[in-house]
Design a protein around this ligand. Structure first.
Ligand code: 5GP
Ligand code: 5GP
Length: 228
């Protein structure tokens, strides 16, 4: 009898530990937007406009990525919950506008959304289902409004170069938070504004100052803001 009790207690402790771990499955999110002009102008990518036509000259969403405070991150967390476009049918026109795919061949974005959900979204199932994952991310883009923040500081996608510090300050002024800027190189080797990272708390509700910035993605002190 006593040993059965002990076994039961042991199992209960294990179960509580498992629950505790499951609820601490990441520490924060990166919300990542890309400048399409830099994606298309990079020395590595060629780009193809979506089947629905050339997107607006605006930042577009790359993804919402669960991350750990030590800089590492979980990925592909649940193969039993594959991307299902029918779950976000009410969001599709907004997704086409704000989360287009510029990869080749020309496509309607679904394979990009599927990749983002399966690699990153499935690791945030403690907070989001598919619908709320995409809906929240779309909402963040409106909230952060990077292009408006940059233009307000006289920083325009006109192919000229701007100081990295001025770019960061303008985004901080507009969004309230310090961004991480990732650059890539254009075909002539110039450093250009490619992606902007902001951070979201692990409950998925509030922008926060990033606990840690991505490693090894530094820009020059003056960077090009290419046309699109
Ligand atoms: P890259 O090596 O091109 O920067 O990133 C390739 C992919 O790895 C990204 O699109 C993203 O899916 C993932 N990734 C890169 N860096 C990070 C990071 O710091 N956090 C998370 N969560 N994912 C990342
Ligand atoms: P991550 O880098 O998040 O793992 O995912 C990027 C993947 O999505 C790559 O396989 C890339 O080819 C694909 N992809 C499709 N469209 C886009 C796009 O517009 N931008 C970026 N960065 N990747 C895209």
């Amino acid at each position: 009898m006593e040993s059965k009790c002990l076994l039961l207690i042991y199992l209960l402790v294990l179960q509580s530990l498992a629950l505790l771990c499951a609820s601490q499955d990441f520490d924060f999110f990166y919300f990542v937007q890309q400048w399409p002009g830099a994606y298309c102008d990079s020395d590595k990518n060629s780009c193809c406009y979506p089947t629905t036509g050339k997107p607006a000259a605006d930042f577009s969403i790359h993804g919402l990525w669960p991350n750990y405070n030590d800089g590492s991150y979980p990925q592909n967390c649940d193969s039993n919950n594959p991307f299902d476009a029918s779950k976000i049918s009410d969001l599709i026109s907004n997704m086409r506008k704000n989360w287009p795919s510029l990869s080749c061949p020309s496509n309607d974005g679904e394979s990009f959304w599927s990749h983002e959900w399966e690699k990153h979204g499935t690791c945030s199932e403690s907070v989001f289902d598919q619908h709320s994952y995409f809906e929240t991310t779309l909402g963040l883009k409106q909230q952060a409004n990077l292009l408006r923040a940059l233009k307000a500081a006289g920083i325009e996608p006109d192919g000229s170069s701007y100081s990295l510090e001025n770019i960061k300050d303008a985004i901080k002024e507009g969004s309230g938070y310090t961004p991480w800027i990732e650059c890539n190189e254009d075909s002539s080797g110039n450093s250009q504004l490619y992606q902007v990272y902001l951070c979201l708390d692990k409950s998925g509700s509030n922008l926060i100052e990033c606990p840690v910035f991505p490693k090894g993605k530094r820009c020059g002190s003056e960077i090009e803001f290419p046309n699109f």
